[in-house]
Every structure is written in structure tokens, then in C-alpha cells.
Design a protein. Structure first.
Length: 328
């Protein structure tokens, strides 16, 4: 009789679990890059059950060198993407109706890191130098900065030579470039790990140069925002994600371990993920709401490219507070 009761309880719990799973709203998040502490808040929210508690069944898809988040969401492979605003606005101007619904990162982590022995001490010294730049949408802030400096990027004597940089720091280490693109939380640490010291380097943060643009925002499409039920699900997703970010910021080492558990490549190391988490924490805002003044600054930077601006006109409807306003 006891075994029958236990079997009955097991069936009841199983049925309840199945009902809960069926009731959960499915949502797919496409990351901008591979599993790393840059996205710790989302992995923590999933690991700690914050998404489940919010009635969501979230799938997190890592990115990579061959993954463009804009193309993924355009093809219906994601409901939300993590993207940089320059790439999102460029895609929007080309016809993909992306909309920023939240902005967990309040500051930019993008830098240009140069070897001091090149003689570069200020941006005025870039002329005639070779600079490593990421492409696939990551080049837009750099191009806007060079335009502001009045430097052509075609390799001429009055401009700079651009090296298409892979997602590594080899061009700087092998002296193929005088400067390379780095993030405060990632490649800069790789440069130091390779043996160069801070005193061997000159670093130019985009934030300090007045050309910073918003990074790692959450974007969906206009179509999704036309559905009140989807807006509600997105609001729950953003709230749960921010809870994940807050936990990650308060428990950086644990957050790094959670990220490592989700790294299917085996390429990440504990030391680097802990370094990354500590630096990412410095970029986070206190609220998921987008600061529209900062967004306007991003637009201004992207339109400052003279005859070749990243975007040709100020966007309309490119961000909304509809989702963050719906957070309960």
C-alpha cells in the first residue's frame, strides 16, 4: 500500500512538473559571442532558476565568429539578441526592424591598445600606423572615431592602415599591428597574460575619447512588441536577467564557475573568467532601462563619419521603454 501511495505521489509530482513546463513561455536568447563572463547574468539567471520562477523556458544560444545575431533573429532563430547598438542601428537602417528593449551595460568596454615602443602617445600619433580592427559589425565605432580624427582608413599616408583582426591579440604580440582592438574585460587581459606589462602599453578607451557607443543591449523586433503577451514575457525575461546580473556582480567567482559549466569549447580558463567577471561588473548599470541621452550620443557618434557615416540619419523607433515599463 505504501509503495502505491509513493507511486501516486510520484505521478502527481510528474504531472505537476509537466504542467508547469507546458505553461512556461519559451524564449530563445542569442548571444553576441561564445559562453563567457560577458554574458554571466543570463547563465546565472538560468542556473539559479530565475527564468523558471518567472514562468519562462529560456534557451541560451552562444555565438561565435560565424554567428551574426542580427541574421539569427531575422531568420526566426531567436526572440531576443545581445548586440552592440552600432550594429543594431546599421541593421535597422538596412531594413531589419530591431528595437532596443533593455540596456544592462551602461558603459563601453572597448579600447585600442598600443605598444608603447611604437611611439604612440596620443590619437594624433595614429597617422601612418597599422591598427587592428574587428569586423562583422564591430568596426563601426572605430570607423566613427577615425572619421572624427579626420583619418582615412585606406592605408594612405594621411591615414591609417587597417588590419582585419581576428578575435585574438596575435597582431600586437607579433608586431603585425601597432595597436589592436581590445575589451577591458577580455583581450586586454590576454595581452597581459601573454607577458606584456601595463607599462609596455598605451591604452585608449573609447569612453575617454568621447566616441563610446552602447554595447550588449537586448534587442527584439517590432513584430514581437506588437503582441502584449510577448511584451509581458520579455518583461519577465529582462527582470530575471537583471536579477542574474545582480547576483553575478555580488558573487563574481561563483558566476565565473557557472559560465565555465556552460562552456562547451573547453577554451575558457577559470582565471580569465574571474578576471572578465570583475571587469564586466564595472560596466553594468543599476537599471535595465536605456538611458536615451546615451543612446542619442551613440547616434551622434555613428553619424559623424563625414561622407561615410555608419548610419545616414537619426533612427526612429529604435528603442522603447515598453518592456522595462512592464516589469512588475
Amino acid at each position: 500500500m505504501k509503495s502505491l501511495k509513493l507511486a501516486g505521489l510520484a505521478l502527481a509530482f510528474s504531472a505537476a512538473a509537466s504542467a508547469q513546463a507546458l505553461a512556461a513561455d519559451p524564449l530563445t536568447l542569442q548571444l553576441k559571442w561564445v559562453a563567457q563572463a560577458q554574458f554571466a547574468g543570463y547563465y546565472v539567471a538560468q542556473e539559479k532558476g530565475y527564468y523558471t520562477d518567472a514562468g519562462l523556458d529560456v534557451t541560451i544560444k552562444p555565438g561565435g565568429p560565424d554567428v551574426a545575431p542580427e541574421q539569427v533573429i531575422a531568420g526566426g532563430g531567436a526572440d531576443v539578441i545581445v548586440d552592440w547598438m552600432p550594429a543594431a542601428l546599421s541593421a535597422r537602417e538596412k531594413g531589419l526592424p530591431l528595437v532596443n528593449i533593455a540596456q544592462p551595460f551602461a558603459k563601453s568596454g572597448l579600447m585600442l591598445t598600443c605598444r608603447k615602443d611604437t611611439g604612440i602617445a596620443s590619437p594624433a600619433d595614429f597617422k601612418g600606423k597599422t591598427l587592428g580592427v574587428w569586423f562583422s559589425g564591430n568596426e563601426y565605432p572605430f570607423l566613427a572615431w577615425m572619421a572624427k580624427l579626420g583619418l582615412k582608413t585606406d592605408g594612405g599616408p594621411d591615414g591609417v592602415t587597417v588590419v582585419k583582426q581576428g578575435f585574438n591579440v596575435d597582431p600586437l604580440l607579433q608586431k603585425q599591428a601597432d595597436c589592436i582592438s581590445t575589451m577591458t574585460y577580455n583581450e586586454y587581459g590576454q595581452v597581459l597574460d601573454a607577458g606584456l606589462k601595463p607599462e609596455d602599453l598605451v591604452v585608449f578607451r573609447y569612453e575617454d575619447q568621447g566616441v563610446a557607443t552602447l554595447e550588449d543591449g537586448l534587442y527584439t523586433t517590432e513584430k514581437e512588441l506588437d503582441d502584449p503577451k510577448k511584451v509581458d514575457a520579455l518583461a519577465r525575461f529582462v527582470a530575471a536577467s537583471m536579477k542574474g546580473w545582480q547576483y553575478a556582480k555580488a558573487h563574481p567567482d561563483e558566476a565565473a564557475e557557472i559560465v565555465l559549466d556552460n562552456d562547451t569549447t573547453g577554451a575558457q580558463t577559470e582565471a580569465h573568467q574571474k578576471f572578465m567577471m570583475s571587469e564586466v561588473a564595472k560596466l553594468l548599470g543599476d537599471t535595465p532601462k536605456l538611458d536615451t541621452a546615451t543612446a542619442d550620443t551613440t547616434v551622434k557618434v555613428l553619424m559623424s563619419g563625414g561622407s561615410a557615416p555608419v548610419i545616414s540619419k537619426a533612427p526612429e523607433g529604435a528603442w522603447t521603454s515598453k518592456v522595462t515599463d512592464a516589469i512588475k
